[in-house]
Design a protein around this ligand. Structure first.
Ligand SMILES: O=P(O)(O)OC[C@@H](O)[C@@H](O)c1c[nH]c2ccccc12
Length: 272
């Protein structure tokens, strides 16, 4: 069974929700990526979304764009990032599923089957594909299914019901529910319309629904916890990667990253 399916089966049986931090691969360097992944897993993250740095932003806000730029300026290569993920997942006791998040350009360049083989060998169980239109997702979804690799597509507040139906059919693992129209980045409050969006999606699919964009504080998570199967937090985590790039700040950034994950995990699952 794919590790993402196994995770959500277990969480659902226990009445618990998934916390999923997003971390850019290679910011400020690959050694830190390994340390940061290990730290968030130890702090209770249920699965991790690893951003594959890319030059053209897709819905990325300024904090994540700057993070991608730092990784690319440090001459990050995808093969090296995959090698780091593999080492990370090979640590004794590692059981945190990882998904990639990246432009379909990165996949298309390599060919879907080749990309999936490399990604799986690196320990990745699926990929969030923000710029793959559902019309073109079918072919990727077929290749992915052959390799038990999960294609995760996004539904936004402006997605039509007919399109949402196609998207959830092409998805595996979970559906990425974008909370707001716009780009990634912290917001003060969670939009009210999210309740309706989730209810409509529940009628279309049994897949877990995970909400991202704008989630950063325990209060947000408390608001969402009864509604969703998981939450994704990117920008608030990536700020710690930025900090880690400052001289002498690595240990402090790791400690703060852990504390932030712990606080969000407790808000999501308040009873032990
Ligand atoms: O940063 P936020 O607002 O916490 O949202 C998560 C998000 O960063 C992550 O999932 C992500 C980063 N870049 C993306 C591009 C498209 C979709 C999603 C993403």
């Amino acid at each position: 069974m794919n590790p993402i399916d196994a995770l959500f089966r277990d969480l659902r049986a226990a009445g618990r929700k998934a916390f999923m931090p997003f971390l850019t691969g290679g910011d400020p360097d690959l050694a830190f990526t390994k340390d940061a992944l290990t730290a968030v897993a130890a702090a209770g993250a249920h699965l991790v979304e690893v951003g594959l740095p890319f030059s053209d932003p897709i819905a990325d806000g300024p904090v994540i764009q700057a993070s991608y730029t730092r990784a690319l300026n440090a001459k990050l290569k995808l093969g090296d990032l995959f090698a780091t993920l593999k080492q990370t997942a090979a640590q004794p006791g590692w059981k945190t599923p990882m998904v990639a998040m990246g432009s379909y350009t990165l996949i298309y360049k390599r060919g879907a089957a080749a990309f999936i083989q490399q990604a799986k060998a690196a320990g990745l169980s699926g990929a969030v594909l923000p710029d793959l239109p559902v019309e073109e997702a079918e072919e990727f979804a077929k290749v992915a299914a052959d390799h038990d690799f999960k294609p995760i597509l996004l539904v936004t507040p402006t997605t039509s019901p007919a399109r949402a139906e196609k998207i959830v059919k092409a998805c595996g693992g979970f559906v990425y529910v974008v909370s707001i129209v716009g780009i990634t980045g912290e917001r003060d409050r969670m939009p009210v319309a999210i309740t309706d969006m989730i209810a409509r999606l529940r009628n279309l699919t049994d897949l877990p629904l995970c909400v991202g964009f704008g989630v950063s504080k325990p209060e947000h998570v408390t608001e969402l916890r009864t509604l969703v199967d998981g939450v994704i937090v990117g920008t608030a985590m990536v700020r710690k990667l930025e900090q880690a790039g400052q001289p002498g700040q690595r240990e402090k950034a790791l400690t703060e990253l852990k504390a932030s994950v712990q606080a969000l995990v407790v808000a999501l699952n308040p009873t032990p």
